[in-house]
Write a protein that binds this ligand. Structure first.
Ligand code: PXP
Length: 238
């Protein structure tokens, strides 16, 4: 049965719309954990558009499950990660103008940089995950870099415009997950996962953890965090 990690970035998005104190992603994380979440995820972006350094520090002290920090593989972020020591770091590509993370890391192209960053984080006791597209060459390149984990980007599946395209994308995710597991890596998956499309993804047994943010926070605004998390747990583990 897969784990469910909740990304609370968009609780901070609402707070930053007014540059005030509320709603607090730390409180949202605590409620998510009380509702049964297996982990908490935040993306500390270079432009600090939602999660702030303070959020990461407080979450590191208060999260009882596992804290997963999504970040770009920059010197600033590596230093923050080594100081804060979250349980997991997920390395993601980051572009200033994007609305959300748009694609997976090009592990093959960034090999020389990543082969320095990954062991630095691992030597700090941090589990390292690479956010990659469901592409077999990216999976192999990730294993060559001795990463602990890959998170497979499910965005193309989530955005598929026809049942045929959705099926095709699902197959790509499944093939990437199978290969990653065969090569000894833990498999996470996320981006664009919602209360409907999870029903297809949960049947891929190699996926050990789903990382879900927007759909859960969007529902939480209407029905509360606890119910939004419980509804998703029932689907992930159902
Ligand atoms: N995984 C990664 C690496 C992401 O960058 C994001 C978005 O921040 C998510 C998962 C969650 O995506 P969503 O908010 O669409 O559920």
């Amino acid at each position: 049965m897969a784990r469910l990690a909740i990304n609370v970035d968009h609780v901070a998005t609402v707070r930053q719309a007014r540059r005030v104190q509320e709603p607090d992603p730390v409180t949202a994380a605590a409620l998510a954990e009380l509702a049964g979440a297996d982990g908490i995820v935040v993306h500390l972006r270079e432009d600090r558009r939602h999660i702030q350094d303070r959020d990461l520090e407080v979450l590191r002290q208060t999260v009882k499950t596992r804290l997963n920090l999504e970040m770009a593989a920059t010197e600033e972020m590596v230093r923050i990660a080594l100081k804060t020591r979250p349980h997991v770091v997920t390395l993601v590509p980051e572009k200033r103008m994007e609305l959300t993370t748009e694609g997976g890391l090009n592990v093959r192209e960034q090999k020389s940089h990543l082969q320095v960053v990954i062991p630095r984080l691992q030597d700090g006791g941090i589990i390292v995950s690479l956010f990659i597209d469901p592409d077999l060459q990216q999976v192999r390149a990730s294993q060559e870099l001795k990463t602990d984990c890959v998170e497979i980007h499910t965005g193309s599946f989530a955005e598929a415009q026809s049942p045929g395209q959705q099926e095709q994308e699902l197959n790509r995710i499944e093939e990437a997950a199978v290969l990653a597991e065969e090569l000894g890596m833990t498999v996470h998956a996320g981006h664009g996962v919602d209360y409907r499309n999870i029903l297809r993804l949960r049947d891929i047994p190699e996926i050990e953890e789903f990382s879900i943010g927007h759909a859960i926070v969007a529902r939480a605004v209407l029905v509360g965090m606890e119910r939004a998390v419980r509804d998703m747990i029932a689907l992930v583990k159902g």
